[in-house]
Design a protein around this ligand. Sequence first.
Ligand code: PHE
Length: 332
Amino acid sequence: MIDDIRHIQDRALAGLSAVTTLDDLAALERDLLGKTAELSGFKKVMGTLDHDARREVGAALNAAREAISEAVAQRRSELEVVAAVARAESERLDLTEVRAGGDAGHLHLVTQTIEELEDVFVGLGFSVAEGPEVEDDWHNFTALNFGAFHPARDMQDTFFVGLGGPREVVMRTHTSPVQIRVMENQRPPIYSVMPGRVYRNEATDATHLAVFHQLECLVVDRGITFGHLAGTIDMFTKAYFGPGWTSRLRPSYFPFTEPSAEFDIQRPDGTWLELGGCGMVHPNVLSNCGIDPEEYSGFAFGFGLDRLAATRHGVTDLRELASTDIRFLEQF
Ligand code: PHE
């Protein structure tokens, strides 16, 4: 009888390892351990045995039931993993597949513009750098030579984030903090462009957005002059818009550049568009980043990408760029 029980146990274990679905496993569990199971049949016979034999058979039956229960649990957890993997696989969405599918969509005009400008600058030997949109006061203001009570802090209508001390964390108001991050992490020569999203707490209208994009350009090397700055701005204007376009600089003020200028670009029809700010990197800014201003000089400029793209594509209201109207977006 003991041999019979062992034999049933061996067969059960072999059957369990051959089961491949959770449903089949549940059915087999009923067959092996339920009321009508082969093992349950031995209980009746046990009443006819003497004391010692009954103990022996009882122990063998318990051991067999235990071994089978353990094997069922083990197999169940294996099959659950297999089922979870299969479910994840069947529910998986490959978003790159959607993009590869012909007319299934395309990049937003602003993203296209960022990629195109990156290509222009990478072709000139610049690298591309990025930084966080949530910034600390040091990178967005202090390291850029905005003193604690510097009136120019009010030039940038700032969204403050409720983290840290009062006014310690901001949504970056410009891409210039990425200049600081690059200079803190890299020694000159530096030739970098830094595209990204920026935030200003101001009312939106046809020519202003509260969330918009800038591209910053930073060069730090030996012997860099204002001439290099003006030449680089004019070069990229022509590369992006075409040979009929030019640029001009007007004196201005930024705490982090000295001298500073605004730059405008001229359309072939003679009209001007205000695009951004620029200047020679202020010696204090270089020192703040551990770069010796006696040895190195640099220039920086930054401009609104949304405006640039809108001008080239004849979009007259910047707010359209933030719309989700597919009829508008499809045109580009
Ligand atoms: N960060 C300035 C702004 O957003 C633009 C700027 C960039 C000016 C680089 C000078 C140098 O207004």
